[in-house]
Each structure stands twice: as structure tokens, then as C-alpha cells.
Write a protein that binds this ligand. Structure first.
Ligand code: PLP
Ligand code: COI
Length: 357
């Protein structure tokens, strides 16, 4: 893929950038450039370019605005103490985007082109990758959407893939403290044959009322149960879950209707390397309640790229409150094992990092 580059005439000043990087928040500031490539059936992927960051001009009939045919990814670039910049398992994001795109009838962007796009943007906006202190990073948001001007319901014949980047600090406003969860019994996230395993905007749109319900009930995040029986824990709006038992074993809900997190699979590997048995299986909401009551479940945590690893506190629902687990010890140990690799403080024995600069 040939990528042309047009640099911004009005990049953010060094003084303003330093101010932003002190406390970047999540998803509020964007870098000086963006990556774009277009697809049509005749030409395939073409016209790859880095241009100054800015608004898109879209026809009101652009298909994505009506039928939500789109997919996206979330990943981060990490600066190490020696100044080098690394991506964490970006091939896994590229492969997941291919699976999501297959589900959404979008064209597949080859892994090498996905990597070239992300790396080109990180290189041109390298000064936006924060120093490692405080676990800040540059969040990367690749996304693909139906850009054809057409109101018929069929796969778009013009598709646009873009990458934008945003410096990121803590995803949760309060920093690292246990997140309280609201169990929604009215809304589900994904049914059999649906698109729960795809990273696509519609899944997040459908989660918003449930998240509003969580907020109205004083909780940080919402937890979804399976759509078929309403008995099994799936995941949070944007994170996968783990249950730690007294004997050190760990259970994480099985896949199929959940989004298979890259953090999720990394944590399974790290926990096994730390000597813990990890089982992927259906996990009933009743097992959560009884496990806390009996003390069999000693820790619960959730993970995702944006939110990293976060201890889970109380579970609230219409039926009442389940207390927070007793400990966060293993959660914090696994969290450190993960972020130490990402920030180059521990040896990357699994070969997960890809150096960009
Ligand atoms: N589940 C959902 C619904 C998500 O949006 C995310 C975030 O990307 C995850 C799980 C965790 O996935 P990953 O670890 O790849 O970021
Ligand atoms: C991520 O963790 O990258 C996500 O996409 C979760 C959320 C910001 C949608």
C-alpha cells in the first residue's frame, strides 16, 4: 500500500500539547493527522493517505448514517522509558477487524495494510505519544464505514477505512478503584446469530440505555446477561470479565456472543504463566451471588484496551446488592504483569510488542 502524506500547516503548538498530555482524559483530544483509504469493488483499496486531522464532508444519504454498516478497533501505542514506541499485539486487532468486517459485509482490509496504516499515523504524530509516567498512552481508533451515497439496503459499494489517534489517561474518571456494576435484566447485548462478537457501533448504541440505567442506579458500568436464558454473565459495555476462586482458579465467560478481547486473551495467557488455571465457560449470575456469599469467589475484575484491568466492586440489580469481593490482590498482580510488558518494564516473553519507533 502506497501512502501519500500531506502534513498539517497548523499543528498543535508544543506548549498546548504539553498541557494536553498532563491530563489527556479519554477520547477528547485528537492528534494533528489522520489516515484514510478508500475501497470500491472495481479498484479494491486505493488512495491511501495521511492528511491533516479534520471534519469529513458526507452526503446526507451516506449509507452508514442510516444502516450503521461499520466496524472499529481500539488499540494503544506505548512509550517506553528509552523513548521507543510500541504497539501491543496489533496483528490481533487487524485480524479481529477482518472478522468484524465479514459479519458486517464490509471488505477485508489485509493485516499488512492495517498495520501500515496504524504505524504511519503513529510515526507522523509521534510527539503525541505521552511519556510512560502515569500509564498514559496514545489510543488508536481504526474504523471502517459504508461511505456510498445510497439508501437501498445492501452492502455499500464504497467503503472508507480511517485511523485517528487520541492521547489517553485513565478511562474511568475516578482512576483505579473498584467499578460498581448494574445488572440489566431488561436489555441484552447480543443474541444467537447476532453481531455480539463483532466490534461494530450498533452494539455500543444498543448498550447506551442500559448504561443510562446503570448510572441512574449509581453504578459505573452495566453487566449484560445472555439473551437466550437471561442466566449467564456475558460482559460489560466495553470490557470482558474474570472471576477468581479461593483455590486460585479463574473463570471467564466463554465466547460466541461476547467481544473476544485482546486484553482478555493476553490475561488468560499471563494468568496461566503465573500458575493459575483459567477456564472459559458459561458462568451463571447465581454462581456470582452464591460465590460471594460463601466466600468461594475472592476477586472479580474486568479488562479492555481503554480501561486496562479494573477491580469489580458491588453488583446491584432490582433483586438487591451483591457485596464486593474480599480482595484485589491477584487483580493488581495481573494488571502489573500486563502493563509492565506494555510499557517495557518487564521482558516481552510472549512476543506481543511491535516496535514502531
Ligand atoms: N468487550 C467489549 C464490548 C469491548 O468494547 C471491549 C473493548 O474493546 C472489550 C470487551 C475488550 O476488548 P480488548 O481487550 O480487545 O480491548
Ligand atoms: C476499547 O477498549 O478499546 C474499547 O473500544 C472500549 C470502549 C472505549 C468502546
Amino acid at each position: 500500500m502506497e501512502i501519500s502524506t500531506t502534513l498539517s500547516d497548523t499543528p498543535v503548538s508544543e506548549a498546548r500539547l504539553s498541557e494536553i498530555l498532563v491530563d489527556p482524559g479519554f477520547g477528547v483530544h485528537f492528534t494533528d493527522h489522520m489516515f484514510t483509504v478508500e475501497w470500491t469493488p472495481e479498484k479494491g483499496w486505493h488512495d491511501a493517505r495521511i492528511t491533516p486531522y479534520g471534519p469529513l464532508v458526507l452526503d446526507p444519504a451516506t449509507a452508514v448514517l442510516h444502516y450503521a454498516q461499520e466496524t472499529f478497533e481500539g488499540m494503544k501505542a506505548y512509550r517506553h522509558a528509552d523513548g521507543s514506541v510500541h504497539l501491543f499485539r496489533p496483528e490481533a486487532n487487524a485480524e479481529r477487524m477482518i472478522r468484524s468486517s465479514q459479519r458486517l459485509a464490509l471488505p477485508e482490509l489485509p493485516v499488512d495494510d492495517f498495520l501500515a496504516a496504524v504505524e504511519a499515523l503513529v510515526k507522523v504524530d509521534a510527539r503525541w505519544v505521552p511519556e510512560a509516567q502515569g500509564e498514559k498512552s496514545l489510543y488508536l481508533r481504526p474504523f471502517m464505514f459504508a461511505s456510498e451515497k445510497f439508501l437501498g439496503v445492501r452492502p455499500s459499494q464504497h467503503v472508507t477505512f480511517m485511523v485517528i489517534a487520541s492521547p489517553a489517561g485513565s478511562y474511568f474518571k475516578g482512576g483505579l478503584k473498584p467499578v460498581s456494576l448494574w445488572l440489566t435484566e431488561d436489555y441484552t447485548r447480543a443474541g444467537r446469530g447476532g453481531m455480539g462478537a463483532a466490534k461494530t457501533g450498533g452494539n455500543y448504541a444498543s448498550s447506551l440505555v442500559a448504561q443510562q440505567e446503570a448510572t441512574a442506579n449509581g453504578c459505573d458500568q452495566v453487566v449484560f446477561l445472555d439473551a437466550q436464558d437471561g442466566l449467564y454473565v456475558e460482559e460489560l459495555g466495553g470490557m470482558n470479565m474474570y472471576f477468581v476462586f479461593r483455590d486460585g482458579s479463574i473463570v471467564t465467560p466463554a465466547t460466541g456472543t461476547i467481544l473476544e478481547g485482546i486484553t482478555r486473551s493476553s490475561i488468560i495467557a499471563l494468568a496461566e504463566q503465573l500458575g493459575h488455571e483459567v477456564t472459559e465457560r458459561r458462568f451463571a449470575i447465581d454462581e456470582w451471588r452464591s460465590g460471594i456469599a460463601s466466600g468461594d469467589i475472592v476477586e472479580i475484575f474486568a479488562c479492555g484496551t481503554a480501561a486496562v484491568v479494573s477491580p469489580v466492586g458491588e453488583l446491584r440489580s432490582a433483586a438487591g446488592t451483591t457485596a464486593a469481593p474480599a480482595s484485589t490482590e491477584l487483580t493488581m498482580k495481573i494488571r502489573s504483569a500486563l502493563v509492565d510488558v506494555q510499557f517495557g518494564r518487564a521482558e516481552d516473553t510472549n512476543g506481543w510488542l511491535r516496535q514502531v519507533l
